[in-house]
Design a protein. Structure first.
Length: 173
């Protein structure tokens, strides 16, 4: 498996906001280590605060975690398909529509956390089996080229991005 951050040519400029949050050279190790971060985050939220929104129309804490589940599934699916040589363009996903169609606000945070960690673990199982060629293989997702390696870094950075939002806007520590 190749190590090191992906080149800018391996992902759309939009994803730099996530890739830039990953300083580690090994995406697999960073993905695995996030399990403890997620557990700590969930443990820090009192049950009565799980439905908190920092302003009207914004996602609740539960919905933010649900969005992380959705994104983990989508990014993992993209990485899986592209690693297998998928030639068809993979669709974009509208995170707001996904959350609006969910019932995440009714699901306890602990349950959403378990789901996120389960999806992450299945992604890790698949990613750990890839050879060097699969890691650098590129496909099309959301109309833009992306490599499997870049998607692994995006998964790490995406969680970090939302952890920072939970800290700054929701007061989660």
């Amino acid at each position: 498996m190749p190590t090191g951050k992906p080149a800018a040519s391996e992902y759309a400029p939009y994803y730099e906001r996530y890739v830039s949050l990953v300083s580690e050279p090994d995406a697999l190790a960073a993905l695995a280590a996030q399990a403890d971060e997620v557990r700590r985050l969930i443990a820090s939220v009192p049950a009565p605060r799980e439905g908190f929104r920092y302003e009207p129309g914004k996602w609740s804490i539960r919905e933010v975690l649900g969005h992380l589940v959705d994104a983990e599934r989508v990014f993992g699916y993209r990485a899986y398909c592209i690693s297998r040589g998928e030639l068809a363009a993979l669709p974009a996903f509208d995170e707001n529509a996904y959350v609006a169609a969910s019932r995440y606000d009714e699901i306890p945070l602990a349950e959403l956390g378990r789901e996120l960690l389960a999806v992450r673990e299945t992604n890790l199982v698949a990613l750990r089996r890839l050879d060097a060629d699969a890691w650098v293989r590129k496909g099309i997702a959301s109309g833009k080229p992306v490599s499997v390696r870049a998607l692994a870094f995006v998964m790490v950075g995406h969680v970090r991005h939302h952890e920072a939002i939970l800290l700054e806007r929701y007061g989660i520590v």
